[in-house]
Design a protein around this ligand. Structure first.
Ligand code: G3P
Ligand code: MG
Length: 346
């Protein structure tokens, strides 16, 4: 017992060989409000005078539509704990790796408010990004049911771009769209076009020459609203687009998805953890993924070999474990989850 007490106290001076990945919506915040247990949970990881813990953690969310810096500011303010932008992995964060391929190619960035997603794309290195606002500014008859923006500051160029001469090489959805009709029409126009030229139609719909990327395929979420029932998410928009493309062309629309539960997102988050706190031990670091959405957080963590922890403060409110994607551990909230895991690890 004495030996175990010594090794227990010794372990508090060692760098921990484990880390946390916290989902944001439904774990740290709900709607516009923070979940009170979240502040206490994050404080435990940072440690205090008695416990010099410094347990690394990232925030791994399918939310986005702002830069990592802005999200870190928002969460720091809501939860009352300083979050470094380096700790934030948004749905579109792993898509910055696509900038190697598309840095000088025109890409259509869909979703989000104003020019937020355009700013994110520029930060990632997509130098020739354009948005549906630019297309409506060029020709408002593309979608007569919406009005082109009168705020020219959200356009990528105040002079109308001549889209018939500017092929779009890829379409990337960075966030939920604020105008489903307009964006369904514009995306179909680009994806059905010959070589990405607006207004043309390709002769063979079995060939897809404009790649399509999604940042998150959550069917629904609580988004940034206090409405009691979940709202349609980017995944619902994907179903609408896939279905329209299939109906109109007879072919399946191919695409690549990021965000939880997709492996590329977990690989990216693991690289972020490594940059935050390089592993000092040869054995693989254990990562505890705390989430509220079985289909996104639990399925993703289980598939990637992390330890999944399901909490009941968001999407999942059922008794016991999720039937569809059972988690390794189920807790009432994030504080209970952190306390249990620290206790197990120390
Ligand atoms: O679906 C978008 C978002 O609200 C989900 O966020 O933090 O629960 O992954 P999160
Ligand atoms: Mg969530």
């Amino acid at each position: 017992a004495a030996l175990s007490a010594i090794s227990r106290s010794f372990s508090t001076f060692q760098k921990p060989n484990y880390a946390f990945a916290f989902d944001i919506d439904g774990v740290l915040i709900k709607g516009k409000h923070h979940i009170p247990e979240a502040t206490r949970a994050l404080k435990l990881l940072n440690g205090d005078n008695i416990h010099n813990r410094n347990i690394p953690f990232v925030l791994l969310t399918n939310g986005g539509g702002v830069t990592e810096e802005e999200k870190a500011r928002q969460i720091s303010k809501l939860v009352g704990i300083k979050i470094d932008p380096k700790q934030v992995v948004l749905s579109h964060s792993p898509m910055q790796n696509l900038a190697t391929k598309y840095h000088d190619k025109r890409v259509l960035i869909v979703g989000g408010k104003g020019r937020n997603c355009y700013d994110v794309a520029k930060k990632y290195g997509f130098k020739e990004a354009v948005t549906p606002h630019d297309i409506m500014h060029w020709n408002s008859s593309v979608w007569p049911y919406s009005t082109p923006t009168s705020d020219l500051s959200i356009l990528t160029s105040t002079a109308a771009l001549n889209f018939p001469k500017l092929p779009i090489h890829a379409v990337m959805v960075f966030h939920d769209t604020y105008d489903w009709g307009r964006d369904l029409q514009i995306m179909l126009d680009v994806l059905c076009s010959q070589g990405g030229i607006m207004g043309t139609r390709k002769p063979d719909y079995t060939i897809q020459d404009v790649p399509l990327y999604w940042s998150n395929v959550n069917l629904s979420s609580h988004l940034n609203t206090d409405f009691p029932a979940p709202r349609l998410g980017q995944g619902a928009f994907k179903i609408a687009l896939d279905s329209l493309y299939k109906t109109l062309t007879g072919s399946d629309l191919k695409s690549t998805s990021f965000g939880k539960p997709h492996g590329a997102t977990y690989q990216f988050a693991e690289q972020v953890l490594e940059l935050l706190e390089p592993q000092s031990q040869s054995s693989r670091r254990r990562v505890y993924a705390v989430g509220d959405n079985p289909a996104a957080d639990i399925q993703g963590a289980n598939g990637y070999g992390w330890t999944s922890v399901l909490v009941r403060t968001g999407v999942f409110t059922g008794k016991g474990n999720s039937d569809d994607f059972p988690a390794d551990i189920v807790c009432e909230n994030v504080e209970e989850a952190v306390l249990n895991i620290i206790d197990k690890e120390e």
